[in-house]
Write a protein that binds this ligand. Structure first.
Ligand code: NAP
Length: 336
């Protein structure tokens, strides 16, 4: 079978698909015939050796895949060959067959395609951790999402919207504002100037007052980091909380604790991967919930581009070069 097995870390263009042995499942694993692979910003970091965890090459990267189960390990009772599934693995996804631990595999409801499920799994699971598990967003909350047309941002809008929140999306262009509105944001604000001063003024004078009163936002879900995080604190009202999801700007900010103290604010992290270890039931409950939202048409995966397996690394290069609005998904011929 073909797989992007890395012999070394490097830029996306330096990796080719190789013919390697097909996997066999251990007792608590399944093997999935891949029909679709979702590409994410962390995949881009992983192939370059820039992700927080660095497996020793050779290894196959790739976290999001969907397809059909072809074999199961001896202890697996919840899946059988032929089941339609979506998986979120730590690695191994960039392959025609994916070996997955059973706790990272989810049934795909009728009406959710492999393409949509693969495009959605990391971003919706992350959004669920950030918006529901960590921030505890409930009906009527005011939620600001930064990088709101990005993969996680658009999913965060939809999770918050479906929990009954009023969502304000922060984006850098009208094209991105349209995607944020389509995801369920009631309000969008555009700011292309990413300098610290411009962002702070914008959050204080435009974001905090966007609802027409002085209450401010209850929650900011920040996927951008850097100056956007610092500015995000200015958008929060009493007992506001900012959720650190990622650093798409490439800049890891430090929070001034006096500002948190004087304004009664909380900062919280939302790491998806370790929730699989510490809160698996909540992740699985969340995935069932948002997969059903997709099936019922109450949420969308925002897959804007599909590419063949041979172009997978070009897809990661496009994410690096900020050419992608929405989600990019690799499709494989199920007959292969
Ligand atoms: N917590 C977790 O477990 C977890 C899981 C998945 C991803 N993440 C992280 O979350 C972040 C967002 O991921 P994503 O998949 O949503 O990324 P994405 O699709 O590339 O979107 C990132 C958004 O950030 C904004 N942005 C602002 N400054 C940017 C810059 N200098 N370069 C690139 N984008 C910039 C862009 O929106 P505008 O142009 O509108 O500003 C862009 O749409 C990443 O740091 C990723 O590593 C965390």
């Amino acid at each position: 079978m073909l797989a992007y097995q890395l012999s070394d870390y490097g830029k996306p263009e330096s990796h080719d698909a190789l013919d390697i042995d097909a996997p066999t499942p251990a007792s608590n694993e399944v093997v999935i015939r891949t029909e679709a692979i979702g590409l994410n910003y962390p995949d881009l970091l992983m192939v370059q050796g820039l992700y927080q965890k660095r497996p020793e090459p050779p290894f196959v990267p790739g976290r999001d895949s969907a397809g059909t189960i072809i074999s199961v390990g001896d202890n697996v009772t919840t899946f059988k060959p032929g089941d339609k599934v979506v998986a979120q693995t730590f690695s191994g996804g960039f392959s025609e067959q994916v070996l997955a631990p059973v706790n990272r595999v989810f049934h795909r409801p009728d009406g959710v395609s492999a393409v949509d499920a693969a495009g959605a799994i990391t971003v919706f699971n992350t959004a669920f951790v950030a918006v529901s598990i960590r921030a505890g967003v409930k009906k009527g909350d005011r939620v600001v999402v930064t990088g709101a047309a990005g993969g996680v941002g658009a999913a965060a809008i939809q999770v918050a919207h479906n929990l009954g929140a009023e969502v304000l999306a922060i984006v850098s262009s009208e094209e991105k504002a349209a995607l944020a509105r389509a995801s369920g944001a009631q309000k969008t604000l555009i700011i292309a100037d990413r300098s610290e001063d411009a962002l702070k003024t914008f959050f204080k004078s435009n974001v905090r007052t966007a609802w027409g009163d002085d209450r401010g936002a209850d929650v900011v879900v920040d996927t951008v980091g850097g100056a956007m995080f610092q500015a995000g604190l200015r958008g929060l009202g009493f007992a506001g909380r900012i959720v650190v999801v990622g650093f798409a700007s490439g800049n890891i900010p430090a929070a001034k604790t006096n500002y948190l103290l004087y304004n009664n604010l909380s900062v919280m992290g939302a790491p998806l991967d370790i929730h699989f270890d510490h809160a698996l039931d909540q992740i699985r409950g969340g995935a069932d919930w948002w997969l059903n939202l997709l099936a019922e048409g109450k949420a969308v995966a925002n897959v804007t581009k599909q590419i063949p397996f041979a172009e997978l690394m070009q897809g990661l290069a496009d994410i690096r070069d900020q050419k992608v609005v929405g989600k990019i998904v690799v499709t494989l011929d199920p007959a292969e």
